[in-house]
Design a protein around this ligand. Structure first.
Ligand code: A2P
Length: 333
């Protein structure tokens, strides 16, 4: 069986990658519906050796035989159009933050909580890029030793901000003044991703905290986060400091991570081997290294987690959710 797939935001950084990943994974696409703003209507995107005309997203875009729609066109677009698609029996996989914390909406990373897809109401949320790669690494550790507290510190690539962030770095290294970030991103680190909230955290930091709790089904887990934009094009890096309820043997951590789905361990410091953003670029896996005990507490661990934020952090995870929907007969028409 083949499926009719709409890609909303098909001209954007993530939308383009969604098309690439659908093709690489041989996703059984019958008709493709690339949708974007009126600015892009009439442009063409290539997919599976054919050119497909981009249409403007409107209220009536989903009044036809579409099985799955992958949205990557910002929160406002998802807020308005995901319910319209859902009402038309289109199953939405949404990359924006608009629906993630809605209790009716499953927030899914296939390696971590595939079971949450079961009772979907036609909208499924793809988590924040930094959260996705973190929870892939956390899942086997949480199962084995029960996490008590998490300290996240991130080093996030500009592609996470879409084309605008990318341009700011590209032009910044040429000496031009930044247009998008509040400060120069070239040769800098900006501890400010998304907007500041009343508690002094940024929204990105609170996304990591709240989404991790929802995905791990641990609503009260102690988590703190500092998220930082760095002058890297692709690949988010994260220092993840963990404290466990139970004690562990350090030698057991590596095989535990190696045997978990979606993880590649790169940890051989004698040969300068550890995960790097440059090496993760273009890959679908989550890379974990710098595995070492946090000697300041009784059962603590430090790891370094890197993934391509546009792939596993966005497009790849969304396509994997779509694959699960098909495998488990969770399509609505
Ligand atoms: P367009 O290219 O027509 O502006 P990025 O995050 O890389 O900037 O990409 C954003 C994506 O979301 C683009 O495909 C963009 O289309 C699309 N988009 C933005 N606003 C809308 C909108 N109001 N309706 C439909 N698509 C939108």
């Amino acid at each position: 069986k083949k499926y009719n797939v709409a890609v909303v935001g098909a001209t954007g950084l993530v939308g383009q990658k969604v098309l690439e990943v659908l093709e690489e994974q041989n996703f059984p696409v019958d008709n493709l519906y690339p949708l974007a703003s009126s600015r892009s209507a009439g442009k063409e995107v290539s997919f599976n050796g054919k050119n497909w005309v981009v249409e403007e997203l409107t209220d009536t875009s989903f009044e036809r035989d579409i099985h799955i729609a992958i949205f990557s066109a910002g929160g406002g677009t998802s807020l308005k159009y995901a319910p319209i698609a859902a009402k038309n029996n289109v199953v939405v996989v949404d990359n924006s933050s608009a629906w993630r914390m809605d209790p009716q909406v499953p927030l899914v990373v296939p390696e971590v909580n595939p079971e949450d897809l079961k009772n979907h109401k036609n909208i499924i949320a793809n988590p924040n890029c930094s959260t996705i790669q973190a929870v892939v690494a956390l899942k086997p550790l949480h199962e084995a030793y029960k996490i008590k507290r998490i300290v996240y510190s991130t080093y996030q690539a500009v592609s996470g901000s879409g084309v605008k962030g990318f341009k700011d770095l590209e032009e910044g290294v040429q000496g031009k003044v930044n247009q998008f970030y509040p400060h120069q991103i070239a040769y800098n680190c900006i501890p400010h991703i998304d907007v500041f909230l009343d508690n002094g955290y940024t929204k990105e930091e609170m996304k990591m905290i709240e989404e991790t709790r929802k995905i791990l089904h641990e609503p009260a887990l102690a988590i703190t986060a500092t998220t930082v934009r760095v002058p890297v094009y692709y690949g988010h890096s994260e220092s993840v400091n963990l404290e466990f309820e139970n004690s562990f043997d350090l030698k057991d951590i590596r095989p535990l991570l190696e045997n978990a789905p979606g993880i590649v361990v790169q940890d051989d410091v004698a040969n300068n081997i550890y995960p790097l953003a440059r090496n993760a670029e273009g890959k679908n896996e989550v890379f974990v290294g710098r595995i070492r005990r946090d000697e300041s507490v009784s059962s603590g661990l430090n790891i370094w987690v890197v993934a391509d934020n546009i792939r596993k952090g966005a497009a790849t995870n969304a396509v994997q959710i779509a694959e699960l929907l098909i495998q488990n007969n969770l399509i609505s028409r």
